[in-house]
Each structure stands twice: as structure tokens, then as C-alpha cells.
Ligand binder design. Structure first.
Ligand code: AMP
Ligand code: MG
Length: 483
């Protein structure tokens, strides 16, 4: 047991050699703690209050490895923009699986920790800006009640890394319920060793879905469960206007947590075709394509499981295809429920879909801010906006009010549902940039304040209006993968 109270019970380390490389983080010159997530540390039952900053810096850089750590880089593959590639942790190591007092298990991973067998031509390192960005957005997602990997710490390494210019090196401590990806299955499946695939299946079920352990067709049940989880996840993304930006199969977890905060960003102006990522030229991962890509990724997952679904390949493919094709109906139902919640509509009315689509069309035509339109409906918009005096909106609102009257419940109940589903605050791009710029110059005040407001984005606070103003729509925001 180390000072900070890691309670490592490492299981992935015990899987066959082909699943990973045993490797330690490469020590860094001058580790300096920039961010430390005390509330997450408490959730993990870590004992941090008596450890000084210098010691924390050593711990979260990997310069000292705790007792009980079996550091590994995990092997995985993935379809990146549709093309299959062998990948793996090229700039991350899993130092151990921490187990809490309530027996919850978390992967503790250092991202930016140096070269591994999977680094290919990369340097294994990460820059401060992108690591802080991941910290902000992943914690924002958690505040929005969306399943996600978390961020426990960021340290500066004291070493420059070289991209187009020299940048400050950094390491992020990522906490995840596991790092098993669709790409992990793809990697093992590509090796065509059924015993290894079965090991991965058993491991995954043990770790994430013990409820299907004794079921007759575990592989098929796992597929169904993942369809359910990923469908819920993408509906949540659509709810808050989150655009992941790089939905490659290696960036889709089997736990159902959002992972990989490279080029993601939140949409201000409602436009279904919104893309922020500089490399997503075809808009493959645009806002409106996210459900389609989720299904596509799940189909790649299903392909891996075919040998375990049925010995008869034709039969297995048939069953898998049918299961995958359940996605659209599921998505439609879950999306409708989510939109009804956003609008405070109880039960269902055959005209609901028109009501919802008409609002979205109006938002698109008038370039309305997605988040603030719902805030306006809750009377919680940051300031008076003449856009909402528009006839189209006023008429739509009459229909909405009429539909609300069919709710058959006390008048304010609808507002409660709306408040739980419509964030007042999202990590607005200009606010994120402002916080990152300051942090790079050692001013942590903006990032600390931003994180504070993002912790509870559904509650009106004194400071809330300052974070509700959209970015200027004439400035096209672009994101980069951060490698
Ligand atoms: P990502 O874009 O973070 O999903 O990474 C895709 C793949 O590239 C993964 O295999 C990463 O480990 C690898 N990778 C990204 N950046 C680096 C880097 N600086 N050095 C080595 N490998 C990297
Ligand atoms: Mg990734």
C-alpha cells in the first residue's frame, strides 16, 4: 500500500502476453502538479490531505511507482475514420486497478507517460493544453451526468515536447471503469485465436456485466447490453450538444463511458452538420452522424463476437445482424424520450415528433443557440434575446404550451424534468480556450472557476450567466487531436 492509499488489485496484467506490454512510465525531469481533483480523490478513498505537492507531483508523473502497481500498455486495434489499424497504448500506461471500499474497480492510467511498444513513430508524450482540455471536458461530462472517464490529476513534466512548435509536456491521470474498447476486441479477434477471444469475453463480463455470466449465449448478450449502453450514451451526447469528434472504434468503451477527449467540443448554434475537428473533412463524425456511427461501431464489435455467438458462422452472422439492426428503433425511442424530457412533456402524443422536429428546424433556420433555447423555455436564459420574439418561435411556443396542458400533472412538474435535462452551462468553446490560455501561463483561476461551475451545470448560481453566453458565431471553432 502506498502513501496515497492506492489499493491495486490488478487483473488485466494477468491476461495473456499478447494483450499488453509490461512497461513502466518513462520518468520525467521535473514533475509539477497543476491540477488535482480532490473530490474524485475522495470518491476513490485516496488519502491525499497529508501529502505535499512535491510528493503528489512524483506520484502522478509515475516517477515513483507505488507498491502493488503492475504497469502495462494495453494492445488494441481500431477503425480510424473507417480504416482498420493496429494501435495500442502508444502514450499511456495503466499503472493499476484501484479498488475502493465499496469494491468498485477503476483503471488508473497515465496519459503522456512515454514510449511503449505501441508508440509507432510517436514520442509517447502529451502536451499541457490537450491534457487540461481533457480534464475540463471529462469533468464537465461527469457534471452533466453522462458516463465518462474521469480526470484525477495533471502534472507538467518540465520537458518540452515538439509538435509544430515546442510545447510544455504533461501527464494526465485518467480514471476509467476500464479501458476495454471495441478496438480491444478487434485486436484479439484479428489474431484469430478463439481461446484468447473467449478469455477477453469472460474478463469483460466479469468486470462489467456479471449479470450475464451464467447466461446461455454470453457473447450475444454482451452485444445486446453494449447496444443498450452505447445507445444511451449517444442520446446523452445529443441531449447536451456534445460532438465527440473522433468516434473511431478504439475510442468506444465496452463499459459505456465516453472516452478520448481529443477533438471534441460542444455545439453552440444548432446545426446538425456541426463538425469541429480539423481532420474530419468529410463530416463523418458530425453531430447528426453520431448515432449512425455508433451503430457502425457496434457492427464492428458484433463481427468480433461472431465465432462466440454460434459455431455455425452463417447462423451467428444472421443473429448478430438482427441484433445490430435493433439499434435504430431503440435509438428512436430513447431519443424521443430524451427530447420529451427536455421539453417537459409527459406521456406521449402522436404529434410530439412534429413538435420536436419543428423546434429543431426553427433553431437551425434562425441559428439559435441549442442550449440557450431550452434555457429560454425554462425562463433561465442569460439575458433577453430578441430572437425569441420571432413569430415562428412564438407560434411554436403556443403549441408547446397547449401540449403541456395535456400533461395531467401539477403545473410545475414539467419544469422539474426540464431542469434535470437541460444544462444551463456547457463548456463553451471560448471559455475553455480562455481557461487553457491562462493555465498555460500559470494562472489557474479561470480553469478553477470554470470547473466549479461545470460541476453542477443544472443549477442556477450567481456566476451562471457569465458562462451562458455563446461563442461568437462568426468565428469558426476548430479542434485538433492533441497528439
Ligand atoms: P488517439 O488519437 O489519442 O485516440 O490515439 C490514437 C493512437 O495513436 C493510439 O494508439 C495512441 O496511443 C497513439 N498516439 C497518439 N499520440 C501519440 C504519441 N504522441 N506518441 C505515441 N503514440 C501516440
Ligand atoms: Mg484514443
Amino acid at each position: 500500500m502506498s502513501k496515497i492509499n492506492w489499493n491495486f488489485k490488478n487483473t488485466y496484467f494477468n491476461l495473456p502476453k499478447s494483450f499488453k506490454e509490461d512497461i513502466n512510465p518513462v520518468p520525467v525531469k521535473n514533475p509539477d502538479l497543476v491540477m488535482f481533483n480532490e473530490s474524485l480523490a475522495s470518491e476513490l478513498n485516496l488519502n491525499y490531505s497529508t501529502i505535499d505537492k512535491k510528493e503528489l507531483s512524483k506520484i502522478f508523473s509515475g516517477n515513483v511507482l507505488p507498491n502493488g502497481s503492475n504497469s502495462i500498455a494495453q494492445a488494441y486495434a481500431g477503425h480510424q475514420f473507417g480504416h482498420f489499424t493496429m494501435l495500442g497504448d502508444g502514450r499511456a500506461v495503466l499503472i493499476g486497478e484501484h479498488t475502493t471500499q465499496t469494491n468498485k474497480k477503476y483503471d488508473i492510467q497515465f496519459k503522456g507517460s512515454g514510449k511503449t511498444a505501441f508508440s509507432r513513430n510517436g514520442d509517447g508524450r502529451a502536451a499541457l493544453g490537450p491534457m487540461l482540455r481533457e480534464y475540463i471536458i471529462s469533468e464537465a461530462m461527469n457534471g452533466l451526468n453522462i458516463p465518462t472517464t474521469r480526470s484525477l490529476a495533471v502534472i507538467k513534466t518540465g520537458e518540452d515536447i515538439h509538435r509544430e512548435t515546442a510545447l510544455q509536456g504533461a501527464i494526465l491521470t485518467r480514471v476509467a471503469s476500464s479501458h476495454i474498447r471495441v478496438g480491444t476486441f478487434q485486436y484479439i479477434a484479428a489474431r484469430q485465436k478463439e481461446d484468447e477471444l473467449k478469455i477477453l469475453l469472460d474478463y469483460t463480463i466479469d468486470r462489467h456485466y456479471p449479470e450475464i455470466k451464467d447466461s446461455k449465449n454470453q457473447a450475444l448478450n454482451l452485444l445486446s447490453l453494449l447496444i443498450e449502453r452505447q445507445c444511451d450514451l449517444v442520446v446523452n451526447w445529443m441531449r447536451v450538444g456534445f460532438i465527440h469528434g473522433v468516434m473511431n472504434t478504439d475510442n468506444m468503451t465496452i463499459s459505456g463511458e465516453t472516452i478520448d477527449y481529443g477533438p471534441c467540443a460542444f455545439m453552440d448554434t444548432y446545426d446538425p452538420k456541426t463538425v469541429f475537428s480539423s481532420i474530419d473533412q468529410m463530416g463523418r463524425y458530425a453531430y447528426c452522424n453520431q448515432p449512425i456511427i455508433t451503430k457502425w461501431n457496434l457492427a464492428r464489435f458484433a463481427e468480433c463476437l461472431v465465432p462466440l455467438i454460434d459455431k455455425n458462422q452463417d447462423k451467428a452472422v444472421k443473429i448478430a445482424t438482427k441484433t445490430i439492426n435493433s439499434f435504430e428503433k431503440k435509438y428512436e425511442e430513447k431519443w424521443m424520450k430524451m427530447m420529451r424530457d427536455k421539453l417537459g412533456l409527459f406521456g406521449s402524443d402522436h404529434k410530439d415528433k412534429f413538435l420536436i422536429l419543428d423546434l429543431l428546424t426553427w433553431m437551425h433556420e434562425k441559428k439559435a443557440d441549442y442550449t440557450n433555447t431550452f434555457c429560454n423555455l425554462m425562463d433561465l436564459a442569460p439575458k433577453k434575446d430578441n430572437l425569441f420574439d420571432d413569430n415562428g418561435f412564438v407560434n411554436w411556443k403556443k403549441r408547446w404550451v397547449d401540449r403541456l396542458s395535456k400533461n395531467n400533472s401539477s403545473s410545475k412538474k414539467y419544469l422539474e424534468i426540464m431542469k434535470k435535462n437541460n444544462p444551463l452551462v456547457i463548456p463553451r468553446n471560448h471559455k475553455v480556450e480562455e481557461a487553457l490560455e491562462a493555465a498555460e501561463k500559470n494562472d489557474l483561476k479561470p480553469i478553477t472557476q470554470l470547473l466549479e461551475i461545470l460541476k453542477d451545470p443544472y443549477t442556477q448560481k450567481e456566476d451562471t450567466p457569465n458562462y451562458q453566453i455563446p461563442s461568437r458565431s462568426d468565428e469558426k471553432y476548430q479542434t485538433f487531436c492533441g497528439t
